[in-house]
Design a protein around this ligand. Structure first.
Ligand SMILES: Nc1ncnc2c1ncn2[C@@H]1O[C@H](COP(=O)(O)OP(=O)(O)OP(=O)(O)O)[C@@H](O)[C@H]1O
Length: 626
């Protein structure tokens, strides 16, 4: 993302207020108590430096052993108080900080899951993981660096300053003479740090995306010998990250160092001026020691506070990034006056749907109907827009014009929850989570009785491979279900769909990745699943859609024909061409013979149809691929 001023121009006050209102205000009493404890701890430094004066002037100089006891006991009490208050406020602050960060992470995840599909296509998983994990962690650092330390340091500084002023206001003024010199360089350094931190966070997100792609695609990476290529890309990005991190920390450190320089100047001047007053006998050694102890103790908190200005810039850049995500609103939302979803098994109608991604038109006035409780197949070449039809129906994307009607209700008029509760989708990528088989099937439903579960396992043909698994239903399936075969994963997804018991079933190439034996089993499970439901099937293998009640033929975003298998073959249009082509190339001579007259007789004098054929020939996966 561009590193421009406008991006990090979010004013710090607004960012703090956002965190305060959203995540901290509810802990205000704990924070207040922790603040009091912090103030007590901070003021103990002032008390220590204050007690140096009586130690010298009342106990040491006159040799008063009674006063010595008193001073020693007071010192012990001060250190004890410091220890107790320190641990108490740290525990309180840490618990609030961890809880606030957990709340923020959870909110962020919920918000990101609601974003449109288009958003997730432009914000890859690695990028979002980085935001949810690392940026929130950086915000969490607010506590360790900003509030806990800064609060205590500020109180210490004030207490020590009070002691110093009480000893001699002029000495104090001289000691602080260099402070105004700090302002301009500090502001410049802060801006620099914020810029570099932002750059580092961007690079971190890019690296997380790269890692995500490498590990998700580890098999193609190995097979294509891409190890060096990926390592190189990683090395380049990490080099830039290291550079940005180093620059940011140099900026942060330089702010602290500027404090050192001005403090050095202050010490130098006070030593000359105050020292001469002691030599002249105008001040006592006790006063001088008390002042110098206060000044010496001020040095560390002041240095840390100087560094905190830089750290705040790092934190602010993370808050900005997280806030940017939170401020992004999804466009696919519930209607303001939603209608109830259909009660019976619904029919589906796509009415003149046109959809484009940028300049690319994907659906162009596409219309068809799918009867309730029947199976409708959608066929067409790769890229014809078949999967996009499913995306429109389930509102993963909204078309620019036209509408999708489910059971007489336009899908945009239902809430997203009601709409998506109507569909079960089984696709080629059976999405399993890294949990047990049982958890993968139940997906959080805890009201399923065992009889129903067993019936579902049987119907989905999961029961057949259960005995082969070490822990049966409690077997861990591994990341993305990697401990199961493709066919087994499909059957788990079918079991899920059976349990969801939705009235509409969308099958997107559900059996295409399976061998013949698995395909038969999965097909049986799917047949079981589609009973009594409105089913839409996308399949490249036309043998699997022959039995459909209706077949919708798509070409380049348009519905070019629809009917039963026999009707379409008789008409001799695109479907007959596809079918003929498929069975010719797979060498099923019986089909070939049966279809040849149809293909020859088809009304293909039409040039567009012939060019379509040539186009299809080059695009069809079953022609070029295995
Ligand atoms: N998010 C997107 N942004 C841009 N173009 C897209 C997007 N999604 C799909 N497309 C394009 O839309 C066209 C239709 O895609 P779709 O996935 O619907 O085709 P399909 O018929 O299902 O293809 P296949 O059979 O290969 O799965 C393709 O040309 C694809 O490149």
């Amino acid at each position: 993302m561009a590193d421009k001023d406008a991006d990090y121009g979010q004013d710090s006050r607004a960012l703090i207020l956002w965190i305060w209102h959203g995540y901290l205000r509810k802990y205000k009493w704990i924070l207040a108590l922790a603040g009091v404890l912090m103030a007590i701890e901070g003021s103990t430094l002032g008390a220590i430096s204050y007690m140096v004066k009586p130690m010298f002037d009342t106990a040491f100089a006159p040799g008063n052993s009674g006063a010595l006891w008193f001073v020693a006991l007071v010192f012990a009490g001060i250190f004890f108080t410091r220890g107790v208050t320190s641990i108490l406020h740290k525990v309180m602050m840490t618990s609030v900080s961890q809880k606030a960060a957990a709340d923020l992470r959870t909110d962020l995840l919920g918000h990101l899951m609601l974003q449109d599909n288009a958003y997730h296509q432009t914000h890859p998983p690695g990028f979002l993981i980085q935001r949810v994990q690392s940026d929130v962690q950086a915000i969490n650092n607010i506590w360790s660096t900003f509030i806990t330390r800064a609060g205590r340091d500020l109180v210490s500084l004030i207490a020590l300053l009070v002691v110093a002023v009480s000893v001699d206001p002029i000495w104090t003024l001289i000691a602080c003479v260099g402070t105004p010199l700090l302002i301009l360089p500090t502001l410049a350094a802060q801006k620099f740090v914020r810029r570099r931190s932002r750059e580092a966070r961007d690079l971190g997100a890019r690296i997380a995306t790269l890692l995500d792609e490498i590990f998700h695609g580890i098999i193609p990476t190995k097979l294509n010998r891409l190890e060096d290529y990926q390592s190189n890309k990683f090395r380049q990005s990490t080099k830039r990250l290291v550079r940005a991190e180093i620059r940011a920390s140099v900026g942060t450190a330089s702010i602290a160092s500027m404090v050192d320089f001005t403090a050095g100047l202050g010490f130098f001047l006070v030593l000359l001026y105050g020292g001469s007053e002691i030599v002249a006998g105008e001040k006592t050694v006790g006063q001088f020691m008390s002042f110098f102890t206060a000044m010496g103790m001020m040095f560390e908190p002041l240095r840390r506070l100087g560094g905190i200005a830089g750290r705040w810039q790092v934190i602010a850049s993370s808050i900005e990034r997280v806030k940017e995500l939170v401020d992004t609103q999804p466009t696919l939302t519930d209607p303001s006056n939603p209608l109830a979803p259909p009660k019976d098994v619904p029919g589906i109608e796509l009415r003149e749907v046109t959809l484009a991604y940028g300049d690319t038109t994907v659906l162009q006035g596409a219309s068809f109907t799918a009867e309730p409780g029947k199976t409708t197949a959608i066929v067409g070449a790769s890229g014809a827009g078949k999967s996009t039809v499913f995306n429109v129906l389930t509102r993963l994307v909204d078309p620019q014009s036209g509408e999708a009607i489910v059971g007489g209700v336009a899908n945009r008029q239902m809430t997203l929850t009601d709409l998506r509760n109507l569909f079960s989708v089984v696709s080629q990528d059976a999405m399993l989570f890294d949990e047990t088989l049982r958890e993968n099937i139940l997906l959080g439903q805890d009201n399923i009785d065992d009889d129903r579960l067993q019936a579902v396992l049987k119907a989905a043909h999961v029961a057949e491979f259960l005995p082969k698994l070490a822990d049966g239903l409690d077997t861990e399936v591994g990341p993305r279900g990697s401990n199961l075969s493709g066919g087994q994963r499909q059957r788990v997804v079918i079991a899920r769909a059976l349990l969801r018991n939705t009235p509409i079933l969308l099958l997107d190439e559900a059996t295409s990745a399976l061998d013949a034996q698995s395909e038969t089993l999965v097909q049986q499970a799917l047949d079981e699943l589609s009973q009594g439901r409105t089913t839409l099937v996308i399949a490249h293998r036309l043998s699997t859609v022959r039995e459909a009640d209706k077949i919708v033929v798509m070409d380049r975003g348009q519905v070019v024909d629809q009917g039963t298998h026999d009707e379409l073959l008789k008409r001799g249009g695109l479907y007959a061409e596809l079918y003929n082509l498929q069975f010719n190339t797979t060498g099923e001579s019986a089909e070939e013979k049966a279809l040849k007259p149809v293909a020859d007789d088809a009304p293909q004098g039409d040039e567009s149809s012939r060019s379509m054929f040539g186009r299809l020939l080059s695009r069809l996966p079953w022609v070029s691929g295995p």
